[in-house]
Ligand binder design. Structure first.
Ligand SMILES: [Zn+2]
Ligand SMILES: [Zn+2]
Length: 424
Protein backbone atom coordinates (compact mmCIF):
# COMPACT_ATOMS: atom_id res chain seq x y z
CA UNK A 1 0.00 0.00 0.00
CA UNK A 2 1.59 3.26 -1.12
CA UNK A 3 -0.35 5.83 0.89
CA UNK A 4 -2.58 5.69 3.92
CA UNK A 5 -4.88 8.23 5.50
CA UNK A 6 -3.40 10.34 8.35
CA UNK A 7 -4.02 8.89 11.80
CA UNK A 8 -7.16 10.25 13.45
CA UNK A 9 -8.88 11.15 10.17
CA UNK A 10 -11.44 9.33 8.04
CA UNK A 11 -12.89 9.29 4.55
CA UNK A 12 -16.60 9.73 4.04
CA UNK A 13 -17.45 7.37 1.21
CA UNK A 14 -20.71 6.04 -0.23
CA UNK A 15 -23.07 4.77 1.06
CA UNK A 16 -22.15 6.61 4.32
CA UNK A 17 -21.85 9.95 2.54
CA UNK A 18 -25.62 9.79 2.04
CA UNK A 19 -26.10 9.90 5.83
CA UNK A 20 -23.86 12.96 6.15
CA UNK A 21 -25.80 14.68 3.40
CA UNK A 22 -29.11 13.87 5.05
CA UNK A 23 -27.89 15.16 8.42
CA UNK A 24 -26.80 18.42 6.86
CA UNK A 25 -30.12 18.81 5.07
CA UNK A 26 -32.03 18.25 8.33
CA UNK A 27 -29.80 20.69 10.17
CA UNK A 28 -30.11 23.38 7.52
CA UNK A 29 -33.89 23.00 7.30
CA UNK A 30 -34.27 23.36 11.06
CA UNK A 31 -31.85 26.32 11.12
CA UNK A 32 -33.95 28.02 8.45
CA UNK A 33 -37.10 27.44 10.51
CA UNK A 34 -35.43 29.30 13.40
CA UNK A 35 -34.21 32.10 11.12
CA UNK A 36 -30.53 31.14 11.31
CA UNK A 37 -28.29 31.77 8.28
CA UNK A 38 -25.12 30.00 7.26
CA UNK A 39 -21.66 31.45 7.78
CA UNK A 40 -18.54 29.78 6.38
CA UNK A 41 -15.09 30.83 7.53
CA UNK A 42 -11.65 29.54 6.43
CA UNK A 43 -10.35 26.36 8.05
CA UNK A 44 -7.25 28.26 9.17
CA UNK A 45 -6.88 31.55 11.02
CA UNK A 46 -4.12 33.52 12.69
CA UNK A 47 -2.99 31.28 15.52
CA UNK A 48 -3.24 34.24 17.85
CA UNK A 49 -7.04 34.33 17.45
CA UNK A 50 -7.37 31.00 19.24
CA UNK A 51 -4.65 31.78 21.77
CA UNK A 52 -6.49 34.96 22.72
CA UNK A 53 -9.97 33.45 22.80
CA UNK A 54 -9.31 30.03 24.33
CA UNK A 55 -6.67 31.24 26.75
CA UNK A 56 -2.98 30.50 26.28
CA UNK A 57 -2.93 28.00 29.11
CA UNK A 58 -5.87 25.96 27.78
CA UNK A 59 -5.30 22.36 26.67
CA UNK A 60 -6.43 23.23 23.17
CA UNK A 61 -3.78 25.90 22.72
CA UNK A 62 -1.05 24.14 24.70
CA UNK A 63 -1.28 20.65 23.27
CA UNK A 64 -3.91 20.22 20.60
CA UNK A 65 -3.60 22.95 18.01
CA UNK A 66 -2.19 22.31 14.54
CA UNK A 67 0.05 25.32 14.04
CA UNK A 68 2.04 26.13 10.92
CA UNK A 69 4.12 28.97 9.58
CA UNK A 70 3.60 30.15 6.01
CA UNK A 71 6.31 31.30 3.60
CA UNK A 72 6.25 34.80 5.03
CA UNK A 73 6.68 33.60 8.60
CA UNK A 74 3.06 34.22 9.66
CA UNK A 75 1.79 31.76 12.24
CA UNK A 76 -1.58 30.17 11.47
CA UNK A 77 -3.57 27.38 13.05
CA UNK A 78 -6.11 24.93 11.69
CA UNK A 79 -9.26 25.89 13.55
CA UNK A 80 -9.77 23.77 16.68
CA UNK A 81 -13.33 25.10 17.13
CA UNK A 82 -15.88 27.21 15.32
CA UNK A 83 -16.85 30.06 17.63
CA UNK A 84 -13.72 32.23 17.55
CA UNK A 85 -13.67 32.37 13.72
CA UNK A 86 -17.37 33.34 13.62
CA UNK A 87 -16.74 36.08 16.17
CA UNK A 88 -13.68 37.25 14.20
CA UNK A 89 -15.88 37.54 11.10
CA UNK A 90 -18.62 39.29 13.12
CA UNK A 91 -16.15 41.95 14.25
CA UNK A 92 -14.30 42.23 10.92
CA UNK A 93 -17.48 42.74 8.87
CA UNK A 94 -19.07 44.95 11.53
CA UNK A 95 -22.14 42.72 11.62
CA UNK A 96 -23.13 44.44 14.87
CA UNK A 97 -24.45 47.30 12.72
CA UNK A 98 -27.04 44.90 11.26
CA UNK A 99 -28.61 43.98 14.61
CA UNK A 100 -28.79 40.58 16.28
CA UNK A 101 -27.03 37.88 14.29
CA UNK A 102 -28.35 34.31 14.03
CA UNK A 103 -25.62 32.26 12.40
CA UNK A 104 -24.93 28.59 11.84
CA UNK A 105 -21.86 26.75 10.60
CA UNK A 106 -20.93 23.24 9.58
CA UNK A 107 -17.49 21.87 8.81
CA UNK A 108 -14.21 20.24 9.84
CA UNK A 109 -12.25 21.21 12.98
CA UNK A 110 -8.77 20.00 13.92
CA UNK A 111 -7.20 18.94 17.19
CA UNK A 112 -4.06 16.96 17.77
CA UNK A 113 -5.44 14.55 20.34
CA UNK A 114 -5.19 10.84 21.07
CA UNK A 115 -7.64 9.24 18.62
CA UNK A 116 -10.30 6.99 20.15
CA UNK A 117 -13.87 5.94 19.45
CA UNK A 118 -15.83 9.05 18.52
CA UNK A 119 -12.77 11.30 18.72
CA UNK A 120 -10.72 12.27 15.70
CA UNK A 121 -8.01 14.73 14.74
CA UNK A 122 -10.13 16.06 11.93
CA UNK A 123 -13.69 16.04 13.16
CA UNK A 124 -16.88 17.65 11.95
CA UNK A 125 -19.01 20.06 13.89
CA UNK A 126 -22.34 21.77 13.46
CA UNK A 127 -23.03 24.85 15.52
CA UNK A 128 -25.17 27.91 16.11
CA UNK A 129 -24.14 31.35 17.33
CA UNK A 130 -26.57 34.01 18.48
CA UNK A 131 -24.83 37.37 18.83
CA UNK A 132 -26.23 40.63 20.14
CA UNK A 133 -28.50 40.16 23.16
CA UNK A 134 -28.31 39.01 26.76
CA UNK A 135 -32.03 38.20 26.90
CA UNK A 136 -32.35 34.71 28.48
CA UNK A 137 -35.02 33.95 25.85
CA UNK A 138 -32.23 33.46 23.28
CA UNK A 139 -30.44 30.99 25.57
CA UNK A 140 -33.59 28.90 25.76
CA UNK A 141 -34.37 29.21 22.07
CA UNK A 142 -30.89 28.08 21.10
CA UNK A 143 -31.04 25.15 23.51
CA UNK A 144 -34.46 24.21 22.16
CA UNK A 145 -33.01 24.18 18.64
CA UNK A 146 -30.33 21.70 19.67
CA UNK A 147 -32.84 19.53 21.49
CA UNK A 148 -35.27 19.51 18.56
CA UNK A 149 -32.49 18.71 16.10
CA UNK A 150 -31.29 15.67 18.02
CA UNK A 151 -34.75 14.54 19.07
CA UNK A 152 -35.97 15.03 15.50
CA UNK A 153 -33.53 12.38 14.32
CA UNK A 154 -35.41 9.89 16.47
CA UNK A 155 -32.76 9.60 19.20
CA UNK A 156 -33.99 8.89 22.70
CA UNK A 157 -31.10 7.88 24.94
CA UNK A 158 -29.96 11.37 25.79
CA UNK A 159 -30.69 14.13 28.23
CA UNK A 160 -30.01 17.83 28.55
CA UNK A 161 -27.99 19.27 31.43
CA UNK A 162 -27.76 22.97 32.16
CA UNK A 163 -25.78 25.14 34.53
CA UNK A 164 -24.78 28.73 35.09
CA UNK A 165 -21.11 29.58 35.48
CA UNK A 166 -21.94 33.17 36.46
CA UNK A 167 -20.36 36.41 35.33
CA UNK A 168 -16.73 37.46 36.06
CA UNK A 169 -18.03 39.06 39.26
CA UNK A 170 -19.61 36.09 40.94
CA UNK A 171 -17.29 33.60 39.33
CA UNK A 172 -14.15 35.06 40.98
CA UNK A 173 -15.81 34.79 44.40
CA UNK A 174 -16.73 31.21 43.61
CA UNK A 175 -13.24 30.34 42.41
CA UNK A 176 -11.86 31.64 45.70
CA UNK A 177 -14.27 29.36 47.56
CA UNK A 178 -13.17 26.46 45.36
CA UNK A 179 -9.49 27.05 46.11
CA UNK A 180 -10.23 27.10 49.83
CA UNK A 181 -12.15 23.84 49.50
CA UNK A 182 -9.38 22.13 47.49
CA UNK A 183 -6.42 23.44 49.52
CA UNK A 184 -6.42 20.61 52.12
CA UNK A 185 -6.74 18.00 49.31
CA UNK A 186 -4.03 19.41 47.07
CA UNK A 187 -1.58 16.54 47.45
CA UNK A 188 -4.18 13.92 46.53
CA UNK A 189 -5.07 15.59 43.21
CA UNK A 190 -3.68 14.44 39.86
CA UNK A 191 -0.76 16.47 38.39
CA UNK A 192 -3.06 18.22 35.88
CA UNK A 193 -5.40 19.36 38.64
CA UNK A 194 -2.49 20.56 40.77
CA UNK A 195 -1.42 22.73 37.84
CA UNK A 196 -4.94 24.07 37.29
CA UNK A 197 -5.51 24.79 40.97
CA UNK A 198 -4.32 28.41 40.78
CA UNK A 199 -5.27 29.47 37.24
CA UNK A 200 -8.43 27.39 36.67
CA UNK A 201 -9.84 25.87 39.84
CA UNK A 202 -13.15 25.32 38.01
CA UNK A 203 -11.57 22.74 35.72
CA UNK A 204 -10.91 20.54 38.77
CA UNK A 205 -14.62 19.81 38.86
CA UNK A 206 -14.71 17.85 35.60
CA UNK A 207 -11.45 15.89 36.00
CA UNK A 208 -12.03 12.24 35.07
CA UNK A 209 -9.37 10.80 37.43
CA UNK A 210 -11.25 8.80 40.12
CA UNK A 211 -9.56 10.41 43.17
CA UNK A 212 -10.21 13.88 41.77
CA UNK A 213 -13.77 12.93 40.92
CA UNK A 214 -14.30 11.75 44.47
CA UNK A 215 -13.02 14.97 46.00
CA UNK A 216 -15.03 17.05 43.50
CA UNK A 217 -18.26 15.48 44.72
CA UNK A 218 -17.96 17.50 47.94
CA UNK A 219 -16.98 20.79 46.28
CA UNK A 220 -19.11 23.92 46.69
CA UNK A 221 -21.55 24.66 43.86
CA UNK A 222 -21.31 27.68 41.59
CA UNK A 223 -25.07 28.02 41.87
CA UNK A 224 -24.74 28.98 45.55
CA UNK A 225 -22.43 31.82 44.58
CA UNK A 226 -24.41 33.49 41.79
CA UNK A 227 -25.14 37.19 42.31
CA UNK A 228 -28.74 38.40 41.93
CA UNK A 229 -28.47 39.25 38.27
CA UNK A 230 -26.92 35.92 37.28
CA UNK A 231 -29.41 33.98 39.42
CA UNK A 232 -32.35 35.74 37.78
CA UNK A 233 -30.91 35.10 34.32
CA UNK A 234 -30.51 31.39 35.05
CA UNK A 235 -34.01 31.17 36.50
CA UNK A 236 -35.46 32.87 33.41
CA UNK A 237 -33.69 30.40 31.10
CA UNK A 238 -35.25 27.54 33.06
CA UNK A 239 -38.70 29.12 32.95
CA UNK A 240 -38.49 29.51 29.18
CA UNK A 241 -37.34 25.91 28.75
CA UNK A 242 -40.29 24.69 30.82
CA UNK A 243 -42.66 26.73 28.68
CA UNK A 244 -41.03 25.36 25.52
CA UNK A 245 -41.47 21.84 26.92
CA UNK A 246 -37.77 21.05 26.70
CA UNK A 247 -36.85 18.58 29.47
CA UNK A 248 -33.63 19.39 31.35
CA UNK A 249 -31.76 18.76 34.56
CA UNK A 250 -29.40 21.03 36.46
CA UNK A 251 -25.81 19.89 36.75
CA UNK A 252 -23.66 22.39 38.67
CA UNK A 253 -20.52 20.51 37.58
CA UNK A 254 -20.74 21.49 33.92
CA UNK A 255 -17.72 23.57 33.13
CA UNK A 256 -16.93 24.29 29.52
CA UNK A 257 -13.41 23.63 28.28
CA UNK A 258 -12.85 27.15 27.01
CA UNK A 259 -12.24 30.33 28.94
CA UNK A 260 -14.76 32.65 27.42
CA UNK A 261 -18.01 31.20 28.78
CA UNK A 262 -20.28 33.20 31.09
CA UNK A 263 -23.69 32.42 32.61
CA UNK A 264 -25.58 29.64 30.85
CA UNK A 265 -23.67 26.44 30.08
CA UNK A 266 -25.32 23.31 28.74
CA UNK A 267 -24.59 19.89 27.39
CA UNK A 268 -26.44 17.03 25.76
CA UNK A 269 -25.28 13.76 27.26
CA UNK A 270 -25.77 10.56 25.34
CA UNK A 271 -26.13 7.52 27.55
CA UNK A 272 -24.64 5.00 25.10
CA UNK A 273 -21.31 6.61 24.26
CA UNK A 274 -19.03 5.60 27.14
CA UNK A 275 -16.47 8.19 28.24
CA UNK A 276 -17.02 10.38 25.18
CA UNK A 277 -20.65 10.91 26.13
CA UNK A 278 -21.06 14.59 25.32
CA UNK A 279 -22.93 14.94 22.03
CA UNK A 280 -23.10 18.70 21.93
CA UNK A 281 -22.62 21.59 24.26
CA UNK A 282 -22.38 25.30 24.48
CA UNK A 283 -23.05 28.36 26.49
CA UNK A 284 -23.02 32.09 26.77
CA UNK A 285 -19.81 33.93 25.97
CA UNK A 286 -20.54 37.54 26.81
CA UNK A 287 -16.86 38.36 27.21
CA UNK A 288 -15.43 36.95 24.00
CA UNK A 289 -16.25 39.64 21.46
CA UNK A 290 -14.60 42.38 23.45
CA UNK A 291 -11.68 40.06 24.16
CA UNK A 292 -10.87 39.75 20.48
CA UNK A 293 -11.24 43.41 19.66
CA UNK A 294 -14.95 44.12 19.17
CA UNK A 295 -17.35 46.21 21.23
CA UNK A 296 -18.69 44.40 24.30
CA UNK A 297 -21.51 42.25 22.87
CA UNK A 298 -23.41 39.42 24.56
CA UNK A 299 -23.64 36.13 22.68
CA UNK A 300 -24.47 32.45 23.06
CA UNK A 301 -23.74 29.37 20.97
CA UNK A 302 -23.28 25.64 20.84
CA UNK A 303 -21.35 23.07 18.84
CA UNK A 304 -22.05 19.39 18.31
CA UNK A 305 -19.99 16.55 16.89
CA UNK A 306 -21.30 14.75 13.83
CA UNK A 307 -19.29 11.56 14.39
CA UNK A 308 -20.96 11.01 17.75
CA UNK A 309 -24.36 11.76 16.28
CA UNK A 310 -23.82 9.01 13.72
CA UNK A 311 -22.61 6.58 16.41
CA UNK A 312 -25.74 7.35 18.41
CA UNK A 313 -28.00 6.79 15.39
CA UNK A 314 -26.37 3.43 14.83
CA UNK A 315 -26.67 2.62 18.54
CA UNK A 316 -30.44 3.10 18.35
CA UNK A 317 -30.79 1.34 15.00
CA UNK A 318 -31.97 4.47 13.22
CA UNK A 319 -31.58 4.93 9.48
CA UNK A 320 -30.99 8.31 7.98
CA UNK A 321 -30.73 9.27 4.34
CA UNK A 322 -31.98 7.10 1.52
CA UNK A 323 -29.47 6.25 -1.15
CA UNK A 324 -30.57 7.79 -4.42
CA UNK A 325 -31.66 5.27 -7.06
CA UNK A 326 -31.93 6.03 -10.76
CA UNK A 327 -35.35 6.70 -12.29
CA UNK A 328 -34.33 5.04 -15.52
CA UNK A 329 -31.78 2.59 -16.86
CA UNK A 330 -31.27 2.68 -20.61
CA UNK A 331 -30.95 -0.75 -22.25
CA UNK A 332 -29.83 -0.34 -25.87
CA UNK A 333 -29.14 -3.33 -28.13
CA UNK A 334 -26.39 -2.66 -30.67
CA UNK A 335 -24.58 0.40 -32.00
CA UNK A 336 -27.52 1.73 -33.94
CA UNK A 337 -29.79 1.70 -30.92
CA UNK A 338 -27.14 3.48 -28.86
CA UNK A 339 -26.67 6.16 -31.49
CA UNK A 340 -30.45 6.57 -31.45
CA UNK A 341 -30.82 6.96 -27.67
CA UNK A 342 -27.61 8.78 -26.76
CA UNK A 343 -28.84 12.32 -27.58
CA UNK A 344 -31.91 11.66 -25.42
CA UNK A 345 -30.07 10.70 -22.24
CA UNK A 346 -28.85 14.17 -21.34
CA UNK A 347 -32.24 15.66 -22.30
CA UNK A 348 -33.85 13.32 -19.74
CA UNK A 349 -31.21 14.29 -17.13
CA UNK A 350 -31.78 17.95 -17.89
CA UNK A 351 -35.49 17.37 -17.23
CA UNK A 352 -34.55 16.31 -13.68
CA UNK A 353 -34.54 12.54 -14.15
CA UNK A 354 -31.73 10.32 -12.85
CA UNK A 355 -30.65 8.20 -15.80
CA UNK A 356 -28.03 5.45 -15.95
CA UNK A 357 -26.49 3.96 -19.03
CA UNK A 358 -23.62 1.47 -19.12
CA UNK A 359 -21.92 0.81 -22.48
CA UNK A 360 -19.55 -1.66 -20.77
CA UNK A 361 -22.42 -4.13 -20.63
CA UNK A 362 -23.01 -5.53 -24.08
CA UNK A 363 -25.75 -8.18 -23.87
CA UNK A 364 -29.41 -7.53 -23.17
CA UNK A 365 -29.20 -9.79 -20.13
CA UNK A 366 -26.15 -8.02 -18.69
CA UNK A 367 -27.78 -4.62 -19.12
CA UNK A 368 -31.02 -5.67 -17.43
CA UNK A 369 -29.03 -7.22 -14.60
CA UNK A 370 -27.18 -3.92 -14.16
CA UNK A 371 -30.51 -2.08 -14.14
CA UNK A 372 -31.79 -4.30 -11.34
CA UNK A 373 -28.50 -4.10 -9.48
CA UNK A 374 -28.61 -0.29 -9.25
CA UNK A 375 -32.30 -0.52 -8.19
CA UNK A 376 -33.49 1.58 -11.13
CA UNK A 377 -37.27 2.11 -11.14
CA UNK A 378 -37.70 1.72 -14.91
CA UNK A 379 -35.76 0.43 -17.87
CA UNK A 380 -36.06 1.95 -21.35
CA UNK A 381 -35.40 -0.87 -23.80
CA UNK A 382 -34.46 -0.09 -27.39
CA UNK A 383 -34.28 -3.04 -29.80
CA UNK A 384 -34.94 -3.41 -33.54
CA UNK A 385 -38.70 -2.80 -33.37
CA UNK A 386 -38.31 0.29 -31.23
CA UNK A 387 -35.63 1.68 -33.59
CA UNK A 388 -37.97 1.25 -36.51
CA UNK A 389 -40.94 2.88 -34.73
CA UNK A 390 -39.08 5.64 -32.88
CA UNK A 391 -40.29 4.31 -29.52
CA UNK A 392 -38.87 2.73 -26.39
CA UNK A 393 -40.26 -0.16 -24.38
CA UNK A 394 -40.64 1.28 -20.90
CA UNK A 395 -40.47 -1.48 -18.32
CA UNK A 396 -41.49 -1.10 -14.69
CA UNK A 397 -38.76 -3.06 -12.93
CA UNK A 398 -40.91 -3.65 -9.85
CA UNK A 399 -44.05 -5.01 -11.49
CA UNK A 400 -42.56 -6.19 -14.79
CA UNK A 401 -45.27 -4.31 -16.72
CA UNK A 402 -44.22 -2.85 -20.04
CA UNK A 403 -45.58 -0.11 -22.29
CA UNK A 404 -44.50 1.44 -25.57
CA UNK A 405 -43.69 5.15 -25.39
CA UNK A 406 -42.82 7.45 -28.30
CA UNK A 407 -39.36 8.88 -27.77
CA UNK A 408 -40.44 12.55 -27.63
CA UNK A 409 -42.93 11.67 -24.85
CA UNK A 410 -40.46 9.72 -22.71
CA UNK A 411 -39.47 12.54 -20.32
CA UNK A 412 -43.01 13.69 -19.63
CA UNK A 413 -44.22 10.09 -19.21
CA UNK A 414 -41.47 9.32 -16.69
CA UNK A 415 -42.03 12.55 -14.76
CA UNK A 416 -45.72 11.74 -14.55
CA UNK A 417 -45.04 8.19 -13.33
CA UNK A 418 -42.50 9.51 -10.82
CA UNK A 419 -44.95 12.01 -9.32
CA UNK A 420 -47.59 9.29 -9.13
CA UNK A 421 -45.15 6.99 -7.32
CA UNK A 422 -44.16 9.69 -4.84
CA UNK A 423 -47.78 10.30 -3.95
CA UNK A 424 -48.56 6.62 -3.45
ZN1 LIG B 1 -22.75 37.26 38.26
ZN1 LIG C 1 -7.49 15.63 38.40
Amino acid sequence: MAYTIPRGTFDIIPPDSTKWQALKERFQALAASFGYKEITTPIFEQSDLFERSSGESSDVVQKEMYRFTDKKGRVFALRPEGTAPVVRAFVEHNLAALGNQKLYYWGPMFRYDRPQAGRYRQFYQYGLEFIGSNNPYWDAELISFLWLFIKGLGLNKMHLEINSVGCPNCSSIYEQALREFYKPHLEKLCPDCQKRFVSKPRRLLDCKVPTCKNIASGAPSQLDYLDDECREHFQAVQDYLVRMEIPFMINPKIVRGLDYYTNTAFEIIYEGLGAQNSMAGGGRYNGLIEQIGGKPTPAIGFAGGLERLLIALENEGLEIGKEAVPDLFVVAMGDEARAFILPEINKLRHAGLAVEFDPDKASFKAQLKAANHCKARYAAIIGEDELRNGTVALKDLNSGEQESVALPDLASRLLKLKTGNDIS
